[in-house]
Ligand binder design. Structure first.
Ligand SMILES: C[S@@+](CC[C@H](N)C(=O)[O-])C[C@H]1O[C@@H](n2cnc3c(N)ncnc32)[C@H](O)[C@@H]1O
Length: 259
Protein backbone atom coordinates (compact mmCIF):
# COMPACT_ATOMS: atom_id res chain seq x y z
CA UNK A 1 0.00 0.00 0.00
CA UNK A 2 1.78 3.09 -1.20
CA UNK A 3 0.19 6.05 0.55
CA UNK A 4 1.65 8.39 3.10
CA UNK A 5 1.12 7.31 6.72
CA UNK A 6 0.30 9.68 9.62
CA UNK A 7 3.29 11.78 10.63
CA UNK A 8 5.56 10.03 13.15
CA UNK A 9 8.77 11.97 12.52
CA UNK A 10 8.05 15.72 12.30
CA UNK A 11 10.85 18.14 11.39
CA UNK A 12 11.85 18.94 14.97
CA UNK A 13 12.21 15.24 15.80
CA UNK A 14 14.44 14.75 12.75
CA UNK A 15 16.57 17.76 13.80
CA UNK A 16 16.94 16.28 17.28
CA UNK A 17 17.98 12.87 15.93
CA UNK A 18 20.51 14.40 13.52
CA UNK A 19 22.00 16.49 16.34
CA UNK A 20 22.82 13.29 18.17
CA UNK A 21 23.81 10.91 15.36
CA UNK A 22 24.96 13.15 12.53
CA UNK A 23 23.57 14.64 9.35
CA UNK A 24 21.20 12.26 7.60
CA UNK A 25 21.00 9.74 10.47
CA UNK A 26 17.73 9.18 12.30
CA UNK A 27 18.63 6.07 14.28
CA UNK A 28 21.14 5.04 16.90
CA UNK A 29 24.85 5.29 16.23
CA UNK A 30 25.11 6.95 12.82
CA UNK A 31 27.84 5.86 10.38
CA UNK A 32 29.79 3.75 12.92
CA UNK A 33 26.71 1.67 13.63
CA UNK A 34 26.12 1.18 9.90
CA UNK A 35 29.68 -0.23 9.65
CA UNK A 36 28.99 -2.53 12.62
CA UNK A 37 25.78 -3.83 11.01
CA UNK A 38 27.62 -4.49 7.75
CA UNK A 39 30.73 -5.99 9.37
CA UNK A 40 32.32 -8.37 6.85
CA UNK A 41 29.71 -7.73 4.14
CA UNK A 42 30.84 -6.38 0.78
CA UNK A 43 28.14 -4.39 -1.03
CA UNK A 44 30.32 -3.73 -4.08
CA UNK A 45 28.18 -3.53 -7.23
CA UNK A 46 25.07 -4.69 -5.39
CA UNK A 47 21.59 -3.14 -5.60
CA UNK A 48 20.13 -2.44 -2.20
CA UNK A 49 16.58 -1.77 -0.98
CA UNK A 50 16.51 0.18 2.33
CA UNK A 51 13.19 -0.23 4.16
CA UNK A 52 12.42 2.77 6.40
CA UNK A 53 15.19 4.93 4.95
CA UNK A 54 14.21 8.22 6.59
CA UNK A 55 16.16 11.12 5.04
CA UNK A 56 18.65 8.81 3.35
CA UNK A 57 21.89 9.41 5.29
CA UNK A 58 22.42 5.65 5.52
CA UNK A 59 21.77 5.26 1.79
CA UNK A 60 24.37 7.84 0.76
CA UNK A 61 26.85 6.02 2.98
CA UNK A 62 26.02 2.59 1.50
CA UNK A 63 26.96 3.98 -1.93
CA UNK A 64 29.89 6.24 -1.05
CA UNK A 65 31.58 4.16 1.69
CA UNK A 66 30.32 0.62 1.26
CA UNK A 67 30.40 0.35 -2.54
CA UNK A 68 26.71 -0.32 -3.28
CA UNK A 69 25.86 0.21 -6.96
CA UNK A 70 22.48 1.70 -6.09
CA UNK A 71 20.11 2.13 -3.18
CA UNK A 72 16.34 2.53 -3.31
CA UNK A 73 15.15 4.06 -0.04
CA UNK A 74 11.56 3.32 0.90
CA UNK A 75 9.66 5.22 3.59
CA UNK A 76 6.16 6.32 4.60
CA UNK A 77 6.71 10.02 5.20
CA UNK A 78 6.80 12.26 2.10
CA UNK A 79 8.66 15.11 3.81
CA UNK A 80 11.53 12.77 4.76
CA UNK A 81 11.82 11.48 1.19
CA UNK A 82 11.71 15.04 -0.16
CA UNK A 83 14.66 16.00 2.04
CA UNK A 84 16.46 12.81 0.99
CA UNK A 85 15.98 13.69 -2.69
CA UNK A 86 17.27 17.25 -2.16
CA UNK A 87 20.34 15.97 -0.36
CA UNK A 88 20.97 13.29 -3.01
CA UNK A 89 20.93 16.03 -5.66
CA UNK A 90 23.31 18.22 -3.63
CA UNK A 91 25.67 15.26 -3.18
CA UNK A 92 25.49 14.38 -6.91
CA UNK A 93 24.02 10.98 -6.00
CA UNK A 94 20.53 11.27 -7.54
CA UNK A 95 21.25 8.53 -10.08
CA UNK A 96 22.43 6.04 -7.49
CA UNK A 97 20.16 6.84 -4.55
CA UNK A 98 16.45 7.05 -5.30
CA UNK A 99 13.40 7.09 -3.05
CA UNK A 100 9.94 5.51 -2.98
CA UNK A 101 6.93 6.37 -0.83
CA UNK A 102 5.27 3.21 0.47
CA UNK A 103 3.59 2.37 3.76
CA UNK A 104 3.20 -1.37 3.87
CA UNK A 105 4.11 -4.49 1.94
CA UNK A 106 3.58 -5.86 -0.64
CA UNK A 107 5.82 -3.24 -2.24
CA UNK A 108 5.48 -2.33 -5.94
CA UNK A 109 8.85 -3.88 -6.76
CA UNK A 110 9.66 -6.78 -9.05
CA UNK A 111 10.34 -10.36 -7.97
CA UNK A 112 14.08 -11.07 -7.55
CA UNK A 113 14.96 -7.44 -8.23
CA UNK A 114 17.43 -6.67 -5.40
CA UNK A 115 20.68 -8.21 -4.14
CA UNK A 116 20.27 -6.90 -0.60
CA UNK A 117 17.37 -5.77 1.57
CA UNK A 118 18.62 -3.51 4.37
CA UNK A 119 16.80 -1.83 7.24
CA UNK A 120 17.93 0.19 10.25
CA UNK A 121 15.65 1.09 13.14
CA UNK A 122 12.45 0.78 11.12
CA UNK A 123 11.06 -2.76 11.29
CA UNK A 124 9.52 -2.09 14.72
CA UNK A 125 7.25 0.45 13.00
CA UNK A 126 5.88 -2.17 10.58
CA UNK A 127 3.16 -4.25 12.29
CA UNK A 128 2.89 -7.24 9.93
CA UNK A 129 6.32 -8.90 10.14
CA UNK A 130 5.16 -12.07 8.33
CA UNK A 131 4.09 -10.05 5.29
CA UNK A 132 7.24 -7.91 5.46
CA UNK A 133 9.58 -10.92 5.36
CA UNK A 134 7.50 -12.72 2.76
CA UNK A 135 7.74 -9.67 0.52
CA UNK A 136 11.46 -9.16 1.25
CA UNK A 137 12.07 -12.77 0.18
CA UNK A 138 10.05 -12.20 -3.00
CA UNK A 139 12.02 -9.05 -3.88
CA UNK A 140 15.44 -10.59 -3.19
CA UNK A 141 17.38 -12.60 -5.75
CA UNK A 142 18.11 -16.21 -4.67
CA UNK A 143 21.11 -16.06 -2.34
CA UNK A 144 20.40 -12.39 -1.63
CA UNK A 145 21.00 -10.96 1.83
CA UNK A 146 18.67 -9.49 4.40
CA UNK A 147 20.66 -7.23 6.75
CA UNK A 148 19.06 -5.17 9.48
CA UNK A 149 19.32 -3.64 12.87
CA UNK A 150 16.17 -3.32 14.90
CA UNK A 151 14.62 -2.96 18.33
CA UNK A 152 13.14 -6.31 19.36
CA UNK A 153 11.18 -7.08 22.50
CA UNK A 154 13.52 -8.01 25.35
CA UNK A 155 13.12 -11.00 27.67
CA UNK A 156 11.95 -8.71 30.49
CA UNK A 157 9.15 -7.03 28.51
CA UNK A 158 5.75 -6.80 30.13
CA UNK A 159 2.83 -5.55 28.06
CA UNK A 160 3.21 -2.88 25.40
CA UNK A 161 6.39 -0.88 25.08
CA UNK A 162 5.31 2.72 25.44
CA UNK A 163 7.69 5.52 24.67
CA UNK A 164 6.75 8.91 26.06
CA UNK A 165 8.09 12.20 24.75
CA UNK A 166 9.08 10.87 21.34
CA UNK A 167 7.77 14.04 19.79
CA UNK A 168 5.42 12.24 17.46
CA UNK A 169 1.92 11.35 18.48
CA UNK A 170 0.60 7.95 17.53
CA UNK A 171 3.98 6.36 16.85
CA UNK A 172 3.67 2.68 15.93
CA UNK A 173 5.97 0.47 17.99
CA UNK A 174 5.51 -3.23 17.32
CA UNK A 175 8.64 -4.75 18.79
CA UNK A 176 8.65 -8.52 18.32
CA UNK A 177 10.38 -11.13 20.51
CA UNK A 178 13.47 -12.61 18.79
CA UNK A 179 11.99 -16.10 18.41
CA UNK A 180 8.89 -14.70 16.66
CA UNK A 181 11.03 -12.60 14.33
CA UNK A 182 13.15 -15.63 13.50
CA UNK A 183 10.07 -17.76 12.82
CA UNK A 184 8.59 -15.09 10.51
CA UNK A 185 11.89 -15.09 8.58
CA UNK A 186 12.11 -18.88 8.40
CA UNK A 187 8.47 -19.17 7.27
CA UNK A 188 9.22 -16.66 4.50
CA UNK A 189 12.04 -18.87 3.21
CA UNK A 190 15.12 -17.25 4.75
CA UNK A 191 18.02 -19.45 5.81
CA UNK A 192 21.27 -18.92 7.76
CA UNK A 193 19.43 -16.58 10.11
CA UNK A 194 21.74 -14.95 12.64
CA UNK A 195 20.43 -12.59 15.31
CA UNK A 196 22.97 -10.87 17.53
CA UNK A 197 21.85 -9.17 20.72
CA UNK A 198 23.33 -5.65 20.89
CA UNK A 199 21.81 -4.59 24.24
CA UNK A 200 25.11 -4.09 26.10
CA UNK A 201 26.64 -2.00 23.29
CA UNK A 202 23.47 0.06 22.94
CA UNK A 203 23.25 0.60 26.69
CA UNK A 204 26.81 2.00 26.75
CA UNK A 205 25.99 4.15 23.72
CA UNK A 206 22.71 5.40 25.21
CA UNK A 207 24.52 6.45 28.40
CA UNK A 208 27.18 8.26 26.35
CA UNK A 209 24.45 9.97 24.30
CA UNK A 210 22.75 11.12 27.51
CA UNK A 211 26.01 12.67 28.73
CA UNK A 212 26.43 14.44 25.37
CA UNK A 213 22.88 15.76 25.58
CA UNK A 214 23.47 17.12 29.09
CA UNK A 215 26.93 18.45 28.19
CA UNK A 216 28.21 19.58 24.78
CA UNK A 217 24.78 19.53 23.08
CA UNK A 218 22.87 21.25 25.89
CA UNK A 219 23.02 24.89 24.72
CA UNK A 220 22.29 24.10 21.07
CA UNK A 221 19.47 21.72 22.02
CA UNK A 222 17.87 24.24 24.39
CA UNK A 223 18.00 26.88 21.65
CA UNK A 224 16.47 24.49 19.10
CA UNK A 225 13.90 22.75 21.27
CA UNK A 226 13.12 25.35 23.96
CA UNK A 227 13.45 24.62 27.69
CA UNK A 228 10.48 22.24 27.81
CA UNK A 229 11.40 20.43 24.61
CA UNK A 230 14.93 19.94 25.94
CA UNK A 231 13.63 18.45 29.21
CA UNK A 232 11.35 16.11 27.21
CA UNK A 233 14.33 15.00 25.14
CA UNK A 234 16.37 14.23 28.26
CA UNK A 235 13.41 12.30 29.74
CA UNK A 236 13.11 10.29 26.52
CA UNK A 237 16.78 9.33 26.67
CA UNK A 238 16.60 8.46 30.38
CA UNK A 239 13.69 6.16 29.43
CA UNK A 240 15.82 4.53 26.71
CA UNK A 241 18.66 3.90 29.18
CA UNK A 242 16.20 2.41 31.69
CA UNK A 243 14.53 0.14 29.11
CA UNK A 244 17.92 -1.12 27.92
CA UNK A 245 19.20 -1.66 31.47
CA UNK A 246 15.99 -3.56 32.33
CA UNK A 247 16.26 -5.54 29.08
CA UNK A 248 12.66 -4.81 28.14
CA UNK A 249 13.95 -3.94 24.66
CA UNK A 250 16.62 -5.80 22.70
CA UNK A 251 18.44 -3.99 19.92
CA UNK A 252 19.52 -6.74 17.54
CA UNK A 253 21.60 -7.13 14.39
CA UNK A 254 19.94 -9.49 11.94
CA UNK A 255 21.38 -11.35 8.96
CA UNK A 256 19.75 -13.92 6.73
CA UNK A 257 19.99 -15.38 3.26
CA UNK A 258 17.14 -15.84 0.85
CA UNK A 259 17.12 -19.55 0.10
C1 LIG B 1 14.24 5.57 13.45
S1 LIG B 1 13.89 6.06 11.80
C2 LIG B 1 15.25 5.34 10.94
C3 LIG B 1 15.51 5.98 9.59
C4 LIG B 1 16.74 5.47 8.88
N1 LIG B 1 16.72 4.04 8.70
C5 LIG B 1 17.98 5.87 9.63
O1 LIG B 1 18.60 5.00 10.27
O2 LIG B 1 18.35 7.05 9.57
C6 LIG B 1 12.54 4.99 11.34
C7 LIG B 1 12.02 5.23 9.94
O3 LIG B 1 11.02 4.26 9.63
C8 LIG B 1 10.02 4.91 8.85
N2 LIG B 1 8.78 4.13 8.88
C9 LIG B 1 7.78 4.14 9.80
N3 LIG B 1 6.79 3.30 9.44
C10 LIG B 1 7.17 2.72 8.27
C11 LIG B 1 6.58 1.78 7.38
N4 LIG B 1 5.40 1.23 7.64
N5 LIG B 1 7.26 1.45 6.26
C12 LIG B 1 8.46 1.99 5.98
N6 LIG B 1 9.07 2.90 6.78
C13 LIG B 1 8.44 3.27 7.91
C14 LIG B 1 9.89 6.29 9.49
O4 LIG B 1 9.24 7.21 8.67
C15 LIG B 1 11.37 6.61 9.74
O5 LIG B 1 11.94 7.24 8.64
Amino acid sequence: MCEAAPLQYPEETVARLEMLWGKGFMSVGGPEEVSAILDGVNLKNLNVLDIGCGIGGVDFLLVSEHGAASVLGLDVEPHLLELGRERAATAGLSDQVTFLLCASPPYPLGDRSFDVVFSKGAILHIPDKALLFYDAARILKPGGLFIASDWLRGGASIGDIKIENFGASGIILEATPPHEMEKAMRDAGFTSIVMTDQTDRYLDGARRDLEKMKGPLRDLAQKMLGAEGYEDWIALQVGTVERLAARSVQPTHIRATRG
